[in-house]
Design a protein around this ligand. Structure first.
Ligand SMILES: [Zn+2]
Length: 499
């Protein structure tokens, strides 16, 4: 029998929770494969380094760590690896990362729970649901009792396997994504509740045969604003714990492609009612997800003739955050053709960076810029430029996306083509924070035209200063019109592809 003191110390024992994850949004239409270096050069942290790197940042791990450090959790950091969205993950890389994550968790000693930051649209060469694969392996090692709580992106293509093996799945509530730390904190609260009550909530999960361009999925605009209002109302219903709306990532050719909703709670009739309400609402709004776009030529004409600046020209098809190469040239070629002075754009082109660096700052040189990744991103643009500066391309996020995190564009060069500023970067770099331009000496507010290779997430950087937004129908592997993609494995029927 335990004495009073022994009971006290047993209840004070901290709960040991392993944390980690593998995060990748895989674009199966992108050329090239994502290898281990794609993770090493973006985000790869092991053991204590994981805590040091993410503590205090606006990331899922940052939120989870913040909550844990003020509660009775003892964190066991394992591995977190993320790559900038890109092509299919090479088999060896997927196996290496999964082994590193799973083995470290397995060898961590006795655990009370596991928290993982996943994406929900990770695809490897031989595993089309890498997120589900990781969860299934952990469940088979640890058995049915241990709580496994995970966070996923709003663009997850959620599978039955993920739902079956995770105790609770929590998705972002925002697009542009700015609530990562909040969701990580929510995951910590949910894990604490499961550990306290010893009760795993019931899940109702429903897939919606719908796939949409990211362009009309912004959560502070209709139709998503109303859908999230409904979700938040549902989360206040009795016996409901939490819910997620995942709009899916359309640039994946997999049989589990599409939007879905999940609701957790203690009473199955209530969770069922909740997922039906949400999925009915989303289905009823399915026709309002078609975005308005103009041709590149017309878009640039409108931008140049605007009355107030900056104007943001959106190259959504070359969305780096959606796995595109970031070197499409059709907008650059048009800016140069009509001499759109005062415009700025980034192009990922390590070869052009090297050439600019070897020419030297202040020198004029001929460059072939962009269009080198594959046949989907146009041809290189050949122009004379003046090299303005070169740098290591590092910056700290000061805006609302991953606040506090250090990003690197790799060696970068700013070149000027008669009033058109081109930032050449060695790495594909998502335009989600204004420091990306400021770190190379460009003040976004002073530009006439800022071109972004992004769909919506650029708003975390320039949404506040953009006087006008023009979405152009440009080239890349994230086309706005999804019927341009050659799917082979997607489910059927799927709106709007099958009417
Ligand atoms: Zn997303």
């Amino acid at each position: 029998m335990l004495s009073h003191l022994e009971r006290q110390s047993a209840s004070d024992t901290k709960k040991r929770i392993a944390i980690g994850g593998i995060w990748h949004e895989t674009n199966t239409f992108a050329s090239g494969k994502s290898d281990y270096s794609a993770f090493e050069t973006y985000q790869l942290a092991k053991r204590d380094e994981l805590i040091r790197r993410y503590r205090g940042s606006n990331t899922e791990l940052g939120g989870f760590i913040g909550h844990a450090e003020t509660s009775r959790f003892q964190l066991v950091p394992t591995l977190f690896a993320a790559a900038v969205p890109s092509g299919i993950i090479e088999h060896q890389t997927a196996m290496k990362l999964c082994h590193e994550l799973i083995d470290t968790i397995h060898n961590a000693g006795s655990l009370d729970a596991i928290f993982l930051s996943l994406h929900g649209a990770a695809i490897a060469e031989e595993i089309d649901d890498l997120d589900g694969f990781i969860l299934e392996r952990l469940r088979s090692i640890f058995g049915p009792q241990i709580p496994i709580v995970i966070t996923i992106d709003y663009h997850a293509n959620v599978t039955e396997k993920m739902v079956r093996h995770a105790s609770v799945i929590i998705g972002y509530d925002t697009y542009p994504h700015v609530d990562m730390a909040e969701r990580g904190e929510e995951a910590a609260q949910v894990a604490a509740r499961i550990l306290e009550t010893n009760q795993v909530p019931h899940c109702s999960f429903k897939r919606i045969p719908l796939i949409t361009s990211p362009l009309n999925q912004q959560t502070d605009k209709e139709p998503m604003r109303g859908i999230f209002q409904l979700l938040h109302e549902i989360e206040e219903w009795p016996q409901i714990l939490c819910g997620t709306v995942a709009m899916g990532f359309p640039y994946c050719d997999v049989d589990h492609l599409g939007a879905s909703v999940l609701v957790y709670g203690t009473e199955p009739t209530m969770t069922e009612k909740a997922v039906n309400s949400l999925s009915n609402r989303i289905w009823a709004k399915r026709k309002s997800f078609t975005p308005e776009v103009v041709s590149v030529k017309e878009g640039i004409r409108q931008a140049v003739n605007a009355e107030s600046f900056p104007v943001v020209v959106v190259e959504a098809a070359d969305n780096i955050g959606g796995g595109s190469a970031g070197d499409a040239t059709d907008v650059l070629a048009e800016l140069i053709r009509i001499q759109a002075k005062g415009s700025v754009m980034l192009i990922a082109d390590p070869e052009a960076v090297q050439k600019a660096i070897s020419s030297g700052v202040g020198r004029r040189t001929a460059l072939k810029i962009g269009g080198k990744s594959d046949r989907f991103h146009g041809s290189p643009v050949e122009i004379f430029v003046t090299v303005r500066s070169v740098s290591d391309g590092e910056y700290v996020h000061k805006g609302s996306y991953m606040t506090g995190y250090v990003s690197s564009m790799g060696k970068s060069a700013v070149v000027d083509a008669d009033g058109i500023t081109i930032v050449l970067t060695s790495r594909r770099s998502m335009p989600f924070d204004a420091e990306q331009l400021r770190c190379v000496g460009i003040e976004p507010q002073k530009q006439k035209i800022i071109t972004v290779k992004s769909a919506i997430a650029w708003k975390a950087a320039y949404g506040d200063i953009a006087k006008q937004t023009i979405v152009v129908d440009s080239s890349g592997v994230c086309p706005i019109d999804l019927s341009k993609l050659q799917y082979h494995s997607r489910p059927k029927p799927l709106f709007p592809l099958d009417g």
